[in-house]
Design a binder for this molecule. Structure first.
Ligand code: ADP
Ligand code: MG
Length: 693
């Protein structure tokens, strides 16, 4: 089958809707999807039966409400279409089954909020994200809420945040005489991942239990040759990527770009951007499909932010913008941004939002895995700042400091090769070290972790920008002379938030002290980053914009900390098991063999030198003793953690347990380099990173 035909073949998309629904029903459904009109419940029955018929024609026997509980993963419970009719079975999907489901909510994280309410939870159809058939089941994207209406997932608040932004952005546009039906936020998440051989993976308890290596000395070859980035794709990896593309395309996911990343065995897939909630669903599905396709190739896809120490970790660059249904991108500077008041106002709103709420933006991407990237000398740093590039940087400077803005003439670049065409130079250069970079007509939020649900970052982004739009609209709606009032506001806000702009190298040693001088936050780990969520100002922005209630906001922070504590606990327990049951005994056996060798040599002839063995015995025995002590300390400290109190337990995890784990790892990694490979119980970094051909 050709690509255009197979694209979206598993999706109940617009074309299928048009073909299978009566035209009135089709129009009503599209009005909900495109203009955000409340769903007319009376059409549900008709849509359900068309959907079922189509799904059955694709081989489906079951349907599921597909949702995103706060585990960070997706959840599904399959029901068959089967119903008795007389003594036969028929296939049926009722309107009610399409619209609501009732999974038991008590086994999903709720941050304690449900203790006061009830165990009952509902899933409700999100008609704006298309249903699809996968492995014999019709997947219906849904939101997940409790009996009393608290959100228990990432989807409902995401949709609320999109609604909030839509509402406030339209007020801003109206000031400029632009009327539109809808302003949607758009996202294109670039997904990084590692691929390793399944046989090697299965020999590593740490990878199986935690998704990352807890021990491992560096391979002789890391990423220093810079030869992997954009390098030739290996045959097996290429086969995986081709299969992945095909499968993603069949689900209507616009997988566009694939390439090798910086670290050995690291790769990336970038899709074409889409409306945020659809892009979020697509990314959740992408991560799942990546893992499944890898399995078919006897590979394992690692989505953890830091599977290997000493080489790059994985992120998910969240390209974000806002567009009207008429196709106007609010972050498009146009040919003369200095004259584009609407654009400058939007830019000022984003800058204000990111500065005012840098704490919750940082917290929205905080996790045990991502802590290894942010704040650990890796891209990007834990400090939030905004990169504007030369052109917009100069424009903002001229507004803040006075002085003339000289528009950079769009110059053609000659590359000195006559055969090669001349290409226009981009207005913004790339800055790979900034956590929040303007890239032409969108911002790229680079702090998101590779395994995160991108909804979490986008809930915050949409909410805080909606809030800034609201403040601006409140001020400008009554203005007599909009142009001058808007320009005064832009200048004032850019001055007030100038500190968040940083156009230089975010990895450089100068940035941390400079950022501290500017009063920017630098919360390096989850335990330190998340508590800002509890601050009144931050709760208020969610409440004001109708995204979270106070209780929901606090529950989210609790869940994030709880998840952090549990993750570190599992990592610590896995380390202990590996060290106590495998590593320490292996080293001890190897030392015993060395001792036996020394004795055997001496038995032959006292004068034979046993110095190499002897010095190794001394060194390894000492290291093994240190490792055993580090094990004891980790065990003792872990026993002291009071898991019930998330704030103090998370701090202990960050500031006591993680240093304990690092200390244990140091000793073990040294032993790995000295112990015979016949004795070492696990595949090494070389085995893991270089075994795929
Ligand atoms: P790079 O940043 O690697 O140079 P691109 O600029 O082409 O690559 O785009 C990176 C990602 O940004 C892609 O996933 C693309 O679809 C997405 N993107 C492009 N425009 C927008 C937009 N207006 N809103 C959201 N994402 C966008
Ligand atoms: Mg990019």
């Amino acid at each position: 089958m050709k690509l255009p035909e197979m694209f979206g073949e598993n999706v109940f998309n617009e074309a299928v809707q048009k073909e299978t629904l009566p035209s009135e029903v089709y129009k009503a459904l599209r009005a909900t999807i495109e203009a955000g009109k409340q769903l007319d419940v009376s059409i549900a029955g008709t849509v359900a039966s068309a959907m079922k018929k189509w799904a059955v024609s694709k081989g489906a026997t079951h349907y599921t409400h597909w949702f995103q509980p706060l585990t960070g993963l997706t959840a599904e419970k399959h029901d068959s279409f089967i119903e008795p009719e007389g003594d036969r079975a028929i296939m049926r999907l009722s309107g009610k089954s399409l619209i609501v489901g009732e999974p038991d909510a008590s086994s999903f994280p709720s941050g304690g909020s449900r203790a006061t309410y009830m165990a009952r939870g509902y899933t409700a159809w999100d008609p704006t994200s298309p249903a699809f058939v996968k492995e014999g089941t019709l997947y219906i994207p849904t939101i997940f809420i409790s009996y009393t209406g608290e959100t228990l997932d990432n989807k409902a608040p995401l949709l609320r945040s999109m609604t909030a932004l839509d509402k406030q952005a339209k007020r801003i546009l109206a000031l400029f005489g632009i009327n539109c039906k809808k302003v949607a936020t758009t996202v294109g998440p670039e997904q990084e991942y590692f691929l390793i051989d399944e046989d090697e993976y299965l020999k590593r308890k740490d990878l199986i239990m935690t998704g990352r290596t807890l021990f491992g000395a560096p391979a002789p070859r890391g990423q220093e040759l810079e030869d992997h980035y954009f390098g030739v794709i290996k045959t097996r990896v290429g086969e995986f990527m081709r299969d992945l593309d095909k499968e993603l395309w069949s689900y209507g996911i616009y997988s566009k770009t694939k390439h090798n990343e910086v670290a050995p065995a690291q790769h990336e897939m970038a899709p074409i951007f889409g409306t945020t909630n659809v892009a979020v669903d697509a990314n959740m599905l992408t991560m799942e499909i990546m893992k499944k396709v890898a399995q078919r190739h006897h590979l394992v896809c690692l989505l953890h932010e830091k599977p290997f120490e000493g080489i790059n970790g994985s992120g998910k660059h969240n390209n974000w913008s806002m567009s009207t249904d008429g196709g106007l991108n609010l972050l498009d500077p146009g040919p003369s941004p200095e004259k584009n008041t609407l654009f400058k106002l939007v830019l000022a709103a984003v800058i204000k939002a990111v500065d005012d709420y840098q704490g919750i933006l940082r917290a929205s991407v905080a996790s045990a895995g991502n802590d290894h990237r942010l704040g650990a000398n890796e891209a990007p740093p834990a400090i939030i700042s905004v990169y504007l590039g030369d052109q917009l940087g100069a424009l903002v400077d001229s507004i803040v400091n006075g002085g003339n803005y000289v528009a950079a003439a769009p110059c053609a670049t000659s590359i000195g090769v006559p055969e090669s065409p001349i290409f226009p130079k981009d207005a913004t250069d790339r800055n790979r070290t900034s956590p929040f970079a303007f890239t032409g007509n969108k911002f790229e939020f680079r702090m998101v972790g590779s395994q995160a649900n991108v909804a979490e970052a986008n809930i915050v982004l949409n909410t805080i920008v909606a809030d800034a739009f609201c403040a601006f609209a409140d001020e400008l709606e009554g203005a007599k002379d909009l142009e001058s009032a808007a320009n005064a506001l832009i200048a004032r806000e850019l001055k007030a938030h100038y500190r968040i702009i940083f156009n230089l190298d975010g990895y450089g040693p100068e940035w941390e002290p400079e950022a501290a001088k500017r009063g920017l936050l630098n919360n390096k780990n989850t335990a330190d980053a998340v508590p800002v969520f509890y601050e009144d100002k931050n709760v208020k922005v969610f409440v004001d914009r109708g995204v979270f209630t106070r209780e929901e906001a606090i529950a989210r922070a609790d869940i994030r900390l709880e998840n952090y504590i549990k993750t570190i606990n599992i990592e610590a327990l896995t380390m202990l098991e590996m060290a106590k049951r495998d590593i320490i005994p292996a080293v001890s056996d190897y030392v015993a063999e060395l001792c036996a060798n020394v004795a055997a040599k001496k038995a032959v002839d006292e004068s034979i030198s046993a110095e190499p063995e002897k010095s190794e015995i001394v060194e390894l025995a000492a290291l093994n003793e240190k490792a055993a002590k580090a094990v004891k300390k980790l065990e003792k400290d872990l026993a002291k953690i009071e898991f019930g109190d998330v704030k103090s337990a998370s701090k202990s995890m960050a500031h006591v347990i993680i240093p304990d784990m690092e200390a244990l790892r140091r000793e073990v990694d040294k032993m790995e380099t000295l112990t015979s490979s016949d004795y070492w119980p696990y595949p090494t970094y070389s085995d893991l990173l270089y075994s795929v051909k």
